[in-house]
Ligand binder design. Structure first.
Ligand SMILES: [Zn+2]
Length: 423
């Protein structure tokens, strides 16, 4: 997603005493557009303090990016671009896949804040002109004391699943709206409504379905409507026949894993959820590698290695000593991944980030594998032979909890030191 910018750092704390420095970024915002310069096929540049045409007067502090202050130019919401820059719509930047990604996040956030500043110039209580608060990111009325904080519009993204038929609902907006790409059910939380109730209501209104087993996934702190999105999974409850709201949607259909192409970029929560579900539920195919998800295991570590490279390395390192003690007597070189799942998954997490999930095996134990964004891979799946695990039922695993067992931590450290010996 756009906010996944590590190792870059976005810090949104308000610094009331910050002063503009040369090279700080300046956001000239008009509606959803910002002043920017397209560079090459995929780059963008923003105006900086210290450039001849860029103002250093009347700037409003926004946030910091990698320790560098970012500022809002005067006339927020209706700014003219400085010479040498053009106004570019944030959605155009996204569709052209221009970055780097941390600048994209900064642009979305700056547009959101500029819109709020532009719409809070006068007090809603008494009509007096508002002024910037001295200490906080807020506007204050000198006449009546009314303080207004930035406004966020909470919204949900809902992936409605039918676990029995192995399908989810994909939607498209009705014509006339931004409708060309597959999406999930979405809508804004209303006052007096819990987020879970919002999930139920939006699915009922848009699809005519009832749902159960509502579970949180992740959030997305940017959008074009001042929104903060919460992503939820849920399961259809009862009749799966869709009765679509035609005023809102142009299409709503149940689809299986092979019918989900995904959006053209990996920037949104919607796309991450669709593609993660697809990758969890897609039947594994035969191929040159023996581990689940090898075909799409395309994430890279700091040294440019993929999970396939890690599998090749670990194939020479897994041994009886790194096998779980209760399984050790059955470990063999013919079944090298046996008893290695959790330490392998946490080692892969060290390299590729993401999360470790576990499939319940029915005996109180979990089989661990990796999820990085919507990339799913299970380096130790071959021990199950032809049995396909139900990856869709997996639960998030805690490193701290697993490594409370000293012997497991020691095996993990042994495998890690063996791997480091390969570098
Ligand atoms: Zn007032």
């Amino acid at each position: 997603m756009i906010q996944d910018i590590a190792p870059h750092r976005f810090a949104n704390e308000f610094l009331p005493n910050a002063q503009p420095n040369k090279d700080d970024l300046v956001f000239y915002v008009r509606g959803q557009e910002v002043a920017a310069r397209r560079v090459g096929q995929t780059g963008i540049e923003l105006p900086r303090v210290g450039e001849d045409e860029v103002t250093a007067e009347g700037l409003t502090f926004l946030f910091s990016l990698d320790g560098r202050a970012c500022w809002l130019a005067p006339e927020a919401g209706a700014a003219e671009p400085p010479e040498g820059y053009e106004l570019v719509h944030n959605r155009a930047l996204r569709m052209e896949r221009r970055g780097p990604r941390e600048l994209m996040l900064a642009i979305y956030t700056a547009v959101h804040l500029a819109d709020w500043y532009a719409k809070n110039r006068y007090c809603g209580a008494c009509g007096h002109e508002m002024a910037h608060h001295e200490k906080m990111r807020a506007m204050r009325c000198a006449s009546c004391g009314n303080v207004v904080f930035p406004r966020l519009n909470p919204a949900v993204i809902v992936c409605v699943c039918d676990p029995e038929r192995n399908k989810i609902v994909l939607t498209r907006y009705a014509a006339g709206r931004y409708h060309a790409i597959d999406a999930l059910v979405a809508g804004f939380v209303e006052i007096g409504e819990s987020i879970e109730d919002c999930v139920r209501r939006e699915v009922r209104e848009e699809l005519g379905l009832e749902v159960k087993n509502i579970r949180y996934y992740k959030s997305q702190p940017w959008g074009v409507a001042g929104d903060v999105l919460s992503g939820y999974w849920c399961d259809v409850d009862g009749d799966p026949t869709i009765r679509m709201d035609v005023s809102e949607l142009g299409r709503a259909v149940w689809v299986g894993p092979d019918e989900i192409p995904g959006q053209p970029d990996d920037l949104s929560l919607t796309n991450e959820m669709m593609c993660l579900w697809r990758n969890l539920r897609q039947a594994p195919q035969d191929g040159e590698y023996k581990f689940y998800g090898w075909q799409t295991a395309d994430v890279v570590d700091a040294q440019g290695r993929t999970p396939r490279d890690l599998y090749d390395l670990l194939s020479g390192l897994w041994c009886a000593q790194t096998c779980a003690p209760r399984m050790r007597s059955s470990w063999s070189e013919q079944n090298p991944t046996y008893g290695q799942c959790s330490i392998t998954a946490f080692l892969a997490q060290d390299l590729f980030g993401g999360e470790v999930y576990g499939v319940p095996l029915g005996d109180g134990n979990y089989h661990c594998f990796n999820v990085v964004g919507f990339c799913v891979f299970d380096l130790t799946s071959e021990q199950f032979g032809n049995r396909t695990l139900d990856y869709g039922s997996a639960m998030l695993q805690s490193r701290e909890q697993h490594f409370q067992k000293a012997e497991k931590r020691e095996r993990y450290e042994l495998l890690r030191s063996k791997l480091e010996g390969c570098d």
